[in-house]
Design a binder for this molecule. Structure first.
Ligand code: ARG
Length: 461
């Protein structure tokens, strides 16, 4: 970055140069240069519109647009020199344009302010990022649906309070995460609608006295509508806050899922293994294979939640209209974008590398009396009230526990000691397959239901 102490774009009314530290302190070009392509796209649309309404001549507009395209090439070739003295991405590009095309470049900013310009740039950028995030999200959803289908019949313990509760199918468990991620996808799609609105034309805060055509600019930029109020258009960042809230929920889901994977690949659970490509070793303990990807995603959730708090707090005290505070919107927003894109990509890449140990999960089911509820339901079907059945099964569990057995391992005579209505058909409900197959309604864990849910989910992609 080059330094100079007077700003050539707004220095007219100033007698003294900006303090060197203040110049650096108030600049945003260090982080807003990532908006360059959108800044240029917005400027091209603005120049096109200005020519259509007769504020610029066709000739002037063409020169400006060609110049902007050259500046873009320069940036992409890594030949552009960003200057702190020029404060932000907008003034860096505008100054370079004028250097290249001459005085006509100074006409680009007619009927526009950096206030509506920056709001436009962020919306264009965020719109593209949401689309890229949705691609990763759908890739992850697809990977989980495939896993669910593959393991539709695989039995595992379902937990409440992290205690073995009832058997479920691994496929059903995967489809629970699919449901959450579908809601995340829908939330982002809904957020995108409110992002996709044109602020340009609001100028500094009150609109402009030039005969602009905002609908034309909106159309050129692919916006679905124009912001209805100029004061609102330049000042509110609720669309960015909303995106950060959606991101916090995405990360919360990924974090919970990560926690399960970390537990499941521990020696104590041994339900799954994660491919070597997604784990790392220890420099001291040769036997270690650590689930770094899920651990790190769980950890990164903190910063994404923090970014949401930053933006809410940034906004809460601001009077209308634009305030310099808003320059602080970018880093939290960019960080949330980068973090959820990266986390979703890592998770989507990792999903096909998850291998399931059906033997270990089956063995875990047999330890926690997972079919106790099924025995109670069996007694109810034989005419016993549910509360009495609950009591009977509680006694059976206590006895089995003392003998170090599962209830399915107790003999028929032993079971009949707890209730005379028990018959040899009791063993049908005490099997894990029987227990999961019995929950055969929409939303239930039966393999048949998992396959139906997989089919419905694929239709939604
Ligand atoms: N860099 C500024 C931002 O990020 C651009 C808008 C500046 N507007 C102003 N009136 N100083 O918000």
């Amino acid at each position: 970055m080059t330094e100079s102490s007077t700003n050539q774009l707004w220095g007219g009314r100033f007698n003294q140069p900006t303090d060197a530290f203040v110049q650096e302190f108030t600049a945003s070009v260090q982080f807003d240069q990532r908006l360059y392509a959108y800044d240029i796209q917005g400027s091209i649309a603005h120049a096109t519109m200005l020519a259509k309404v007769g504020v610029l001549t066709e000739e002037e507009s063409k020169t400006i647009i060609a110049g902007l395209e050259e500046v873009k090439k320069e940036i992409e070739a890594g030949e552009f020199e960003w200057s702190i003295a020029l404060e932000d991405v907008h003034m860096n590009i505008e100054k370079r344009l004028t250097d290249r095309v001459g005085d006509v470049g100074k006409k680009l900013h007619t009927g526009r302010s950096r206030n509506d310009q920056v709001a436009t740039d962020i919306r264009l950028y965020l719109r593209d990022q949401i689309d890229a995030i949705q691609i990763e999200l759908e890739r992850l959803i697809t990977g989980l649906i495939n896993l669910a289908e593959q393991e539709a019949d695989t039995v595992m313990p379902g937990f409440t309070h992290l205690q073995t509760a009832q058997p479920v199918t691994f496929g059903h468990h995967m489809m629970a995460w699919v449901e959450m991620l579908f809601r995340d996808r829908d939330r982002l799609a809904d957020c995108r609608k409110r992002v996709n609105i044109l602020p340009l034309g609001a100028a500094a805060l009150a609109g402009t006295s030039y005969p602009i055509d905002r609908h034309l600019t909106a159309e050129l930029l692919g916006f679905e509508g124009v912001a209805e109020n100029s004061l609102d258009a330049v000042s509110d960042r609720d669309f960015a806050i909303e995106f950060c809230a959606c991101s916090a929920l995405v990360m919360t889901h990924l974090s919970r899922f990560s926690e399960e994977l970390v537990l499941w690949c521990s020696q104590q659970f041994s339900f799954v293994t994660i491919g070597d490509a997604f784990c790392t070793g220890s420099s001291i303990m040769p036997q270690k294979k650590n689930p770094d990807v899920p651990e790190l995603i769980r950890g990164k959730t903190g910063r994404v939640n923090g970014n949401l708090m930053s933006l809410l707090t940034l906004m809460k005290g601001q009077p209308l209209a634009y305030n310099k505070d808003n320059q602080e919107d970018k880093e939290p927003l960019f960080d949330s974008i980068d973090t959820i894109r990266g986390s979703l990509k890592a998770f989507a890449d990792m999903a096909p590398a998850i291998t399931v140990s059906s033997e270990n999960m089956r063995e875990a089911c047999s330890k926690g009396f997972a079919t106790a509820t099924d025995l109670a339901d069996y007694l109810v079907r034989k005419g016993i009230a549910f509360r009495d059945a609950h009591e009977v099964v509680g006694n059976a569990v206590a006895t089995a526990e003392k003998q170090g057995k599962d209830i399915a391992e107790l003999s028929l005579e032993a079971l009949q000691n707890f209730s005379s209505v028990i018959d040899s058909d009791v063993y049908d409900v005490l099997t894990l397959e029987g227990a999961v197959a019995a929950r055969n309604h929409i939303g239930g864990t039966a393999p048949e239901q998992v396959r139906a849910a997989v089919k419905r989910a694929r239709a939604k992609i």
